[in-house]
Write a protein of this length. Sequence first.
Length: 385
Amino acid sequence: MERRNFLRASVLGASTVAFSGSLWQGAALAAPAQPATSPYGALQAADANGIRLPAGFTSQVVARSRQAVPGTSYTWHDAPDGGACFADGSGWIYVSNSEINPGGGASAIRFNSAGNVVSANRILSDTRQNCAGGKTPWNTWLSCEEVSRGFVYETYPFGGAAVQRPAMGRFTHEAAAADPVRRVIYLTEDETNGRFYRFVPTTWGNLSSGTLQVMVAGSATSGSFTWATVPDPDGSPTLTRNQVSGSKSFNGGEGCYYANDTVWFTTKGDNRVWQVNLTNNTYELAYDDSLVTSGTPPLTGVDNVTGSTAGDLYVAEDGGNMEICMITPDDRISTFLRINNQGSSEITGPAFNPAGDRLYFSSQRGTSGSSSGGITYCVTGPFRR
């Protein structure tokens, strides 16, 4: 994605932080995305599934909680949350967490090349409040427990028993994103004073051992940062977020996505999307609803995030207007879709299939507002690629 020009920092107005000397040269000031017309055009009337989409796009229901996945005998889990897609020959697999406690876990649905369901199965059981997670380059799914001193579980969509990964730290885990260039995994923490972490495996591809580190930076919304080792990843008796002096606090870490030497993550407590520039070790805001300069902010309740091969970010709302919004590489934000009449739910688990022409996601509590009412969807259409 294109780097933002620091001259555009004037959008921050009185919020701009003054830098001087080498820090000014090394830090890109925040230039949050501003509302614009969607590249796909206006939303059309709601379809039969209650989803408003741009012209040319269609939706279908893939699975419903407590009902058999169509074409299989497997019962789909409650409260579907974070998800990802994995290439499987000419088809693909979509995995989804279950954010219930106790129970939790994750499931997978296998599709053929035509997008038809082939099978479905459980890949993780008997865990706690599995919220988001992330896929690895070696085709495993990291399922994260959103509880105090929760674990990361490495699961195997292609077969194999899930493994607990305590070396990745015990805290209120939310999402994970793998960086194959630096050979690390980035991790968010869903607390009002959560931190942004990275796990450096001893051996890339093996998460059984390694070093947990936390971002150290100032209190501004942009600047430079470093990484510091967390002395005790177990988080007891001192929680991991309290162990390193100067570690940067974030208000409710949520989704996390890596591409092209950049990692983005969201914080729901202040409706922000953060951009971490890994080539020059700087961070800035990609979006902040309080810095929208005209009109109503299109994105609130920021949550899960994913990206397309075109460089567009897709950010799902927990509440808000039940929308998935998109941020383009030129810093324009617009609404991609909206789900009607599900105001007691949240949108979770957005993920593209390998070809990039299908977007999977869930309404965690559907029309009922209950974890037993989850609905998993697929939207097909002419996505930018």
